[in-house]
Ligand binder design. Structure first.
Ligand SMILES: Cc1ncc(COP(=O)(O)O)c(C=O)c1O
Length: 476
């Protein structure tokens, strides 16, 4: 009995201990951390802004390639940062920005070669229909413009989105981001939510004869039910690989089927490539291309990796969509978007991707990492699924195989232990139980081996602790 009580108390202690680490709602606590200096101003950090590892934040002062360095000089492997796409502070990108900054940085109302060259280079990576480019400063701006374009072109208002999606922080985008609006005023009448095409947890799984058609039919059902209420669909928005939703790999053919339903309803297909574009998936330059040769979105939005840390974003679309926007007679002006410096940076990123063959590199390192993680899945029952393509990989942690309940606390604990081992990794998905690998594209085979060896050691230790009913306690 005493042993039982002790085990129960330990489990409770474990819960209490772990509950501190999910990183949700606790951000304000100790956010200045042990590295903070005494405040010199009245400026205050708001708890709306969250830090990684809020209980023990890291103060990063320098970064290079796939490595980040804290103020003590400790080196961390960065498995998180898909913005520093070709590597933190890549010298050629830094140099391109510096050189252009010394000559001219102004808005796009003057002729300049950089913007023309850049649009030309981007168009070479895309299907030829996507030949009109708007340059902006952030992924949110890109998705907001995509929404405006879709509405002008179709004359409709409504949007279909995937559950748990995040498309940006502007008011218009919070409205189409279930990940956010579910915690705010809820769903607007012009927004319609379709299930994530998740073949691990969703209603149609890997054993289904045709999950692509089954999930696309869900979109058709959502569209029909909106139309029955007199609503008209302007657009379907989806990340080409839903990342915030939990590193989901939609079954091939799903997007083409969805596009048919959306086009029939008079809407357009918007592919959000903000996290997953620019060769990350290895096999292709754009993640939507995984869906098949014949699939072409009407609008593609780009951000994050496009500028390797410099604020650049882009919307690519077709001539008919752009003409409908022109026909309003309202000019599109963006003070910083498409500046000579932004375009020089964008060009440098494309040059480095090509010169260092990072797309092929993502393919080979990604396959190797998937293989290593697959071996871990056989060894550790907490790993329910390993899914991914190129350097976009998710490891789904579960409490048990029968229920596939998200192992949320364990995932948070694991990420904290990895950080103690100088590996920066994050979690995602509605249950915050998916380990999310999206490192800079120069992440190496050695890095993959090292990270998985640490993961293995920590999981083995966790299993031993759970077996002996010991608390999974982090060092203070
Ligand atoms: C898929 C996706 N779309 C859009 C955005 C918004 O981009 P930004 O933060 O640059 O405005 C994000 C940012 O996290 C994102 O992950």
């Amino acid at each position: 009995m005493a042993a039982d009580r002790r085990a129960k108390a330990d489990t409770l202690a474990l819960r209490r201990q772990l509950i501190r680490y999910p990183g949700r709602g606790w951000a304000a606590r100790g956010c200045a951390g042990r590295h903070a200096h005494a405040p010199r101003t009245h400026a205050r950090r708001t708890s709306s802004c969250r830090l990684f590892f809020p209980e023990d934040p890291v103060k990063i002062v320098r970064a290079q390639g796939q490595y980040m360095y804290d103020e003590q000089g400790a080196e961390y492997i960065d498995c998180i940062n898909n913005v520093a796409h070709v590597g933190h502070c890549h010298p050629l990108v830094v140099q391109a920005a510096h050189e252009q900054n010394q000559v001219l940085n102004t808005n796009s109302r003057y002729l300049h070669d950089n913007i023309v060259d850049y649009a030309q280079r981007l168009s070479e990576t895309l299907p030829e229909q996507l030949c009109v480019f708007y340059f902006l400063n952030s992924g949110s701006e890109a998705n907001d413009l995509a929404l405006r374009l879709a509405r002008h072109y179709t004359g409709h208002q409504d949007v279909v989105v995937l559950d748990h999606a995040y498309h940006g922080h502007l008011s218009s985008l919070i409205d189409i981001s279930p990940y956010k609006f579910r915690n705010l005023d809820g769903q607007k009448e012009w927004v319609h939510v379709a299930p994530l095409p998740d073949t691990y947890r969703g209603p149609y799984q890997k054993d289904h004869p045709n999950p692509a058609v089954a999930y696309a039919n869900e979109v058709k059902r959502v569209v029909s039910s909106a139309q029955e209420k007199g609503r008209k669909i302007a657009a379907f928005f989806a990340e080409s690989l839903p990342s915030v939703g939990g590193q989901i790999i939609p079954p091939a053919g799903y997007f083409s089927q969805v596009a048919e339903h959306i086009h029939r309803a008079g809407g357009v297909f918007v592919a959000d490539e903000i996290q997953v574009g620019f060769g990350r998936v290895g096999k292709h330059f754009w993640a939507f291309q995984l869906q098949g040769k014949d699939f072409v979105p009407d609008i593609v939005t780009m951000g994050k990796s496009i500028g390797n840390g410099h604020p650049v974003a882009c919307v690519a679309t077709t001539q008919p969509v752009a003409r409908a926007f022109e026909a309003t007679g309202v000019e599109y002006f963006n003070t910083f978007g498409g500046s000579p410096v932004s375009c020089a940076v964008g060009l440098a990123v494309l040059n480095v991707l090509e010169k260092e063959q990072l797309q092929a590199h993502a393919s080979s390192v990604g396959s190797f990492l998937m293989e290593l993680l697959g071996q871990q899945k056989i060894k550790h029952p907490i790993i329910g699924d390993v899914r991914g393509v190129g350097l976009f990989i998710g490891v789904d942690l579960i409490k048990d195989e029968a229920t596939r309940t998200p192992a949320t606390e364990e995932a948070a604990y694991l990420v904290s232990r990895l950080k103690e081992n100088y590996i920066l990794l994050s979690t995602d998905g509605p249950g915050r139980n998916i380990l999310k690998f999206k490192p800079p594209m120069c992440f190496s085979l050695d890095n993959a081996q090292h990270v998985v060896a640490k993961l293995d050691a920590i999981l083995t230790d966790m299993e031993e602790k759970v077996r002996s009913c010991e608390t999974l306690r982090l060092q203070p």
